[in-house]
Structures are given as C-alpha cells and as structure tokens.
Ligand binder design. Structure first.
Ligand code: F6R
Length: 606
C-alpha cells in the first residue's frame, strides 16, 4: 500500500525522489521520507508524519544532497503514524524502504534479539535489522538469506553504507518497476512515477535481486545467476499522469472516460463484432466453460455485478460474483468447468491475487481484467485483457471502473456470439451500441454543472439512500461507494423492492434518496418504490432515461435526464452522472477529493 522510489545517477536524488513521491502519494499518504547517500559516502535521512509536501518543507529547511537515494510514502500497517515509523529505516549498515507486511516480524525480533535495538514499531525496521545481521561484505548473499527468513509480502529497496551509489531491490508480491533514466537508474512501486523519465521499464520478477548503479541495472536470480529483464514500453501519454488543468485527478479521470472507453473498445471490434483474438483469448475458453465466477474487491467487484446481469440475461450462463477477500474462506465451488475472471485496476490487490492462485489450484481457467500492464494479477492468470484506462491516480476509481465495464460488454458480446445466443446481426447491433457509449457519455459530462447544482442538495446530509432494481441497483452500489469514500457521508444502495423489508424505517424527511430509473422492464415497480419513500418524507433526486417521461403530479428534489441508449447500456451514462455527483459533494465540502482519509489506492494487505 506504500510507494517506494529509488534513484542513482548523475543528478540530485532529493529532487527526483520528492517529485516521484508526489506522484506515488496516492498509494499511501500518512508519512513520507527519503534517504540520500551524500558525496562523503554517508547516508542521511529526512522523514516525517504527514504528506510529501511536509517532507518537501523539511528538505527545504535541511536538504540532503547526493546522487543516490531511496524514498517512501507510507500507509501505516504496523506501528502508528509517527516520524519514527516513517521510512526509510536504518539499522547498522543497512537502510531500507519497504512496501508490504512482514508477518513474522515478532518471531524475527526474538530470534535476532532485536527487542532493545529497534527505533520504531514497524515490521520494516525488523527487515532492515535481519539484513544487517546477515550482511558481511556480500550484499546478494545477505539479501538471499534475509528473504528466506521473511514471511509475508515485501518490496524492499536497500542501500548499504559501504556500497555508495548502489541500490538493491527485491520483492515478493508487492510491486517494483525499474527503468534506466535521468543519467542513471530508477525504481518505483509503479510506472506512473517513472513515465515522465523513461518509456522503457521492466517489472522486477519476484525473488530476483536487482542491483541499480549509475551506469547499469543488473538482475540476479536467487542462485546468484545473472538474468535478462523483460523490458516493457509505457503505453500511455505522459500527460495522462498529470492533472491537465483540473483541480483534482478525479475530475480529470471522469472527463477522460469517453476517450479511454473508445481506446478500450475500438481495437476489439472486428468486422463489426466483438473480438478478443488480439488479446489471445481463444473462443474455446468462452465456449467450453459451464459457469463464470468473478473475484474482485470494491469498485472492481461492482463492475463484476454489472457483468453478471449482462451475462445471465444475454448469454444465459450461471455467473457468481465473489468478494476476493472472502473467496478462500467460504468454500466457493470452482472447478475445471469454471472460468474465473479476476477484475482489478492495479492488478496488485492481494486478496484478488490470492483468489486467482486459489482458483488455479482448483483447476479453474483464469482470466484477468487489469489496467496496469505486467501487474501481479495479470501474471498469475492464464489470460489477460488490459483495460486501456491509462494511469488512474485518484484513489476513487472512475475510468478504471467504466473501462472494466467496457471489457465486460465485449466479453458478453463475444461469448453470446460464439455460444450462439447472438447471430451475426445481433452481435453487430450489440457492438454498435457499445461503440456509441463514448459519445453518449460525453453528453452527460458536458452537463456536469447541472449535476454540480444537484449535488448541493445532499451536501449537508448525514445519510443518503440510493435505490433501483436490476442493473440500476448494480450501478448504485458503485455510486454509493463513491459518495461514501470521498464525501464521508453514510450512504447505502438498496434494491428498491427490499427497502420495505426493514430499512425503510430509516427513511425520514432528512434522508435524501437518489433513485436511478433506466430499465424499462422494472420502471413501473421502481416508481412504486420511489413513492414509498416519498410518502415517508424523503426528497428524491432522480436520474432517469430521458425517453421514459415523468408523471405530472410527482414532485422531485431534482431530476437529471440521462441521454438514452438501449437499456442494457444505460449503465454507462448513469455511472458518469453518479461519479460527478459524488465528486461535487466532496469538492463543495472542501475535502481532499483525490486522497480521502484512511484509504490507499493499491491494497496489498489482506
Ligand atoms: C474505490 C476503489 C476500490 C478498489 C478496490 C480494488 O473507488 O477504487 O474499491 O476498486 O480497492 O482495487 P483494484 O481494482 O486495484 O483491485
């Protein structure tokens, strides 16, 4: 959940690292620090609780200069938020920045008699101490011995006092990418931090050791044999990683959706029909499975729920959506007839990754829908389809979600076609409607100020309810998560028909209700349920498909007419509207939209 950075080369490491840490800050933002090897060969550290901007101020007052350093931005796991617990940690001759969790740190403290020697409460300092214990003059041997002792996940960047100018890196699960850049070599937790410096990078393979020097990067396996990195190219424009004039990344990423959906969909339509051949997905994979099971967390799981509704109604295949964090502990039935689809923006969510490994052991075929190239979930799966969303920096996911949906539409369309639920003409009509999504979504985004105005009516609410049926309910689950995480307003999304079975007791005139009505087959039932909450005094904000029309006598807090598509595709314009609603509530409350409290973008702890 933390971000790590390392640079060794000819330029000042402090500046490069502070700039990169600002980009990585979305991974964790409760403390930050850097360690720099000075020209005299000594390692100095600056670190503090707070944001990277606080670290920058510290460095302005008392800079540390040199051309080799490692840095860290933290999301606390072991040990509270304090200056002492901020990384990097120095123990003996070893300085370390760590992302992950060393699960057996207590055993290690006892075994290596560290009780009285540690300065912090972190598991990471323990890793530094174990490294120091094994370090004599051979860094690779010390790293090998240490990783054999560590249980858990780790991405470690390491400097040794007596090897100035060199950074070592090793990882298990938690990511590290490496590039040659800025007259030297760089490492980072993800490629967004390196994209402005280099287009070429490689993902450090698990349990390999990288040695970064000014002039080269060497890679070794655990036996100490040299290995060749597998170089990748950054596949998005550098300015995709900047705010592009918007006050927050979230707004920029919402506004980018028409473009990135187009980039996700268009290359995968061949002869007018969805086609995943370019991603290496054989039709046999889609034809032979008897059921589908999605594993995912949070927003990605909500995308799975939309996928389930589509697959079940259009392909008529049994599909489950499982919380990845529960998957291994609830005896979910998956076997060789199951296609397990793992959905993840980062591709590093540990629960999703573990679920994929578990599914593979059970004999299932695995397909990842991932945004970040080369990420762990993609590597662990048999097949991968990348969403072309580009870097998503705001903690609250928006464009990653809708590009995941776009891939799920493509999968549904292809599956329906190869399994015979669609003839060629139906498949073409389905793809044609999918290709209209960017233009229709743009029409919602062009009216963002209307939604800004609507957002004012829930600004001071303590609780908000959201209601809809079928696909409307599936997207409201996501709309509600968006509102809670960035505005801190308690919000619940309910299947409209379920409210009266208990929860309607909470509805009063102080409870704004957001209703979405886009599905012809449940429209009249949705209106009946809306009347039930209106009778209890709730003001209703309605997002409705423009062709449905409104009863004259009904009264609304506000109404937003959603541009019309086929019902099955209304998810897309409605999702954009709900994202904007959450965004403007958070913005008008004066909150840090991109970095909501307690959260981190990449969740690498179970
Ligand atoms: C909410 C959000 C999270 C993520 C979840 C899974 O806006 O972004 O709920 O969707 O943590 O993350 P990924 O998709 O990286 O596996």
């Amino acid at each position: 959940m933390c971000g790590i950075i390392g640079y060794t080369g000819v330029e000042e490491a402090q500046k490069i690292m502070l700039d990169a840490l600002e980009i990585l800050e979305y991974r964790g933002y409760d403390s930050a620090g850097i360690a720099v090897c000075g020209r005299d060969g000594s390692i100095r550290i600056r670190k503090c609780a707070g944001r990277v901007k606080d670290l920058r101020l510290l460095c302005e007052k008392s800079g540390i200069f040199g051309t080799c350093g490692i840095g860290h931005t933290r999301w606390a796991t072991h040990g509270g938020v304090s200056d002492a617990n901020a990384h990097p940690h120095k123990f003996g001759k070893v300085t370390v920045a760590h992302n992950g969790i060393v699960e057996n740190y207590r055993d290690l403290v006892q075994r290596y008699h560290l009780e009285e020697k540690l300065q912090s409460q972190t598991d990471s300092e323990v890793a530094a101490a174990v490294l120091d214990h094994f370090y004599n003059t051979d860094p690779l041997a010390a790293i090998r011995k240490t990783v054999l002792k560590l249980k858990g996940t780790f991405a470690l960047s390491i400097m040794f006092d007596d090897i100035p100018g060199t950074i070592f890196a090793v990882r298990n699960v938690s990511p590290i990418v490496i590039a040659r850049a800025q007259g030297g070599s760089m490492l980072a937790s993800d490629v967004t931090a390196l994209g402005q410096y280099s287009r070429e990078y490689f993902v450090l393979p698990e349990f390999y050791v990288a040695e970064l020097k000014e002039t080269a990067v060497e890679l070794y396996d655990m036996a100490g044999e040299a290995a060749e990195p597998e170089w990748l190219t950054v596949n998005w424009d550098v300015d995709r990683g900047s705010k592009g004039g918007y006050p927050f990344y979230m707004e920029k990423e919402i506004m980018e959706q028409p473009q990135v959906i187009r980039e996700t969909v268009m290359p995968r339509i061949q002869g007018g029909i969805p086609d995943l051949g370019g991603d290496g997905i054989p039709d046999s994979l889609l034809m032979d499975c008897k059921r589908i099971c999605v594993v995912a967390c949070g927003t990605a799981m909500h995308a799975g729920l939309v996928g389930k509704a589509l697959m079940q109604s259009l392909v008529r295949i049994h599909m489950d959506v499982e919380l990845a964090s529960e998957f291994m502990y609830t005896d979910v039935i998956v076997d060789e007839d199951t296609l397990v689809i793992a959905i993840s923006q980062s591709g590093e969510t540990i629960d999703t990754l573990e679920a994929v490994k578990h599914a593979k052991k059970s004999g299932a075929k695995t397909l990842a829908i991932v945004n970040v190239r080369g990420a762990s979930v993609a590597r662990a799966s048999d097949y991968v389809i990348y969403t072309n969303a580009g870097p998503e920096i705001a903690v609250a996911s928006t464009k990653a979600y809708t590009t995941q949906l776009a891939v799920l539409y493509l999968l549904t369309g292809r599956m329906a076609y190869v399994r015979g639920s669609f003839g060629a003409e139906e498949a073409k009509a389905f793809a044609g409607e999918l290709m209209r999504v960017p233009e229709v979504m743009q029409r919602v985004l062009d009216r963002k100020e209307e939604i800004h105005y609507i957002a004012r009516s829930i600004l001071n609410a303590q609780n908000v309810f959201m209601m809809g049926r079928g696909l409307d309910h599936a997207i409201l689950l996501e709309g509600s998560l968006k509102l809670k995480e960035i505005s801190y307003i308690h919000s619940e999304a309910y299947a409209s028909g379920e409210l009266k079975h208990g929860t309607i007791a909470l509805i009063t005139e102080d409870t704004p209700v957001v209703a979405v009505v886009t599905q012809g087959k449940v429209k009249s039932k949705e209106f009946s349920n809306i009347k039930e909450v209106q009778s209890r005094g709730a003001g209703v904000i309605l997002f409705i498909k423009e062709t449905f029309g409104l009863e004259k006598e009904a009264s609304w807090e506000s109404v937003f007419m959603l541009p019309a598509m086929e019902d099955g595709f209304m998810v897309m314009p409605a999702s954009a509207a709900l994202q904007l609603l959450a965004y403007y509530v958070s913005l008008d409350k004066g909150l840090d939209v991109d970095k909501p409290r307690n959260l981190a973008k990449v969740v690498t702890v179970e």
